[in-house]
Design a protein around this ligand. Structure first.
Ligand SMILES: [Zn+2]
Length: 420
């Protein structure tokens, strides 16, 4: 039986056809081959399918996740729904340790971490507000008692997830940490609700084993902190699909930003406009990712699955449904490389819970009932009590020409790498 890897090879060894094909229509031969791969996933018996999946969870992590200003109480809804559907029975539940100061210092500046440690016990922000501002600790990243405990838990959870993928005795093929994905934090400062960049720390952990790691960011916002961390290396390839509009945070992620120095052309940015829908998003994603994977051949993939582009999010921007992010993640599962899935944004908590529950089910190969099961938080899912999220009526401002031009520019960037 042809395995999935073979199928994917077949698809990607024909870059010429991909280049000429339509980036937003999912109907050419290379995509058909990909669909065959998806179908084969269910019947393919190999050491990857069904994959061993690690699920990062502990009561302490759940409790500390409420420190995040905009996501208070989100963790319990996400975990509650995953548990209500019985999905935890099919995964290895891994209770993470807190990250140590030195583990976080593998990316973050020691003086930033020392400051977080020094204010950990204080609850009077005025005592240290001047210095705090230098470290980005104001506005959307205010500090409260326990900030260092919080960052240690979040950083530790993603480092632990990465370790599950490289465990010498019993590795998992997929690790899920819905408490992680804080992609805006910089080396020496907090930014955009992110105090510690667990995505970067997870990638650095994977880099101890793998030479080439691919980071893909599906959040509505540009994955600036991660891109910046690896902009000058050719060992980590970053791709971010996001909204880019003047005044929209963080304001970076232009199509022309392709990395620097040794990292030049190892960065792809896909700036989109409001209203993008599943069909265009997934088709563009598959086109771009097949090219990136063909040229970079990653040994491991980290995917940030921020759900703030899903219809109904207070960010009110993209018009996606959980189906799009699930399709993107499912695509990665066909590649047969270790996969780390992280959370991120997502401020409509019900829709975020539905999205991450559907992704969790997809990677372990379980179908879910369309009706939300009765559980502790059932009432939150009213009035429909359904798992689906319908797209809204907002206008799609992404023209066909724009999408085609993005795709063309990405191919030009990658052609520089192919030429090397
Ligand atoms: Zn976001």
């Amino acid at each position: 039986m042809a395995n999935v890897e073979h199928c994917f090879d077949k698809m990607t060894t024909n870059p010429a056809s991909a280049k000429q094909s339509d980036p937003v229509k999912d109907s050419d031969d290379s995509t058909k081959t990909l669909k065959e791969c998806f179908n084969q996933m269910n019947t393919c018996k190999s050491d990857y399918f069904p994959p061993k999946v690690a699920y990062i969870f502990s009561d302490s992590l759940l409790q500390w996740s409420n420190f995040g200003l905009k996501v208070r109480q989100r963790g319990k809804l996400v975990h509650g729904l995953i548990e209500a559907y019985g999905l935890t029975k099919h995964m290895r539940i891994v209770s993470p340790k807190k990250a140590t100061f030195d583990e976080m210092a593998e990316f973050h500046c020691r003086n930033y971490l020392q400051f977080l440690e020094s204010i950990n016990k204080f609850d009077d922000e005025e005592k240290y507000s001047e210095e705090a501002e230098q470290f980005g600790l104001s506005y959307d990243c205010p500090t409260e008692k326990g900030v260092f405990n919080y960052v240690s838990h979040i950083a530790g959870s993603t480092i632990e997830a990465a370790r599950c993928l490289v465990d010498k005795e019993n590795p998992c093929q997929i690790a899920i940490n819905w408490f992680g994905g804080w992609h805006h934090a910089h080396r020496d400062s907090a930014s955009g609700f992110c105090y510690v960049n667990d995505c970067v720390l997870g990638i650095l952990e994977l880099r101890k084993t793998f030479t080439r790691v691919l980071y893909v960011d599906l959040d509505l916002h540009h994955g600036d902190g991660v891109e910046e961390a690896f902009a000058v290396t050719s060992k980590v390839f970053t791709v971010s699909f996001h909204k880019l509009l003047p005044g929209f945070f963080p304001g970076t992620g232009s199509i022309d930003d392709v990395g620097f120095g040794k990292g030049i052309h190892h960065c792809v940015n896909v700036p989109l406009m409001d209203g993008i829908k599943d069909v265009e998003f997934v088709a563009l994603f598959k086109r771009i990712m097949s090219e990136v994977i063909d040229v970079f051949a990653p040994e491991a993939i980290v995917c940030q699955c921020g759900a703030d582009g899903i219809a109904g999010d207070p960010m009110n921007s993209f018009n996606l449904t959980p189906q799009s992010l699930t399709s993107c993640v499912r695509y990665f599962t066909t590649l047969k490389v270790p996969l780390l899935l992280l959370g991120g944004g997502g401020y409509n908590f019900c829709n975020t819970s539905k999205t991450w529950t559907l992704i969790t089910a997809a990677v372990i190969g379980k179908k879910l009932s369309p009706n939300i099961p009765d559980h502790k938080y059932y009432i939150t899912y009213g009035p429909s009590y359904e798992l689906t999220v319908d797209p809204g009526n907002r206008k799609d401002l992404n023209s066909y020409e724009n999408i085609r031009s993005i795709y063309k520019k990405v191919l030009e960037n990658l052609s520089q790498l192919r030429a090397k």
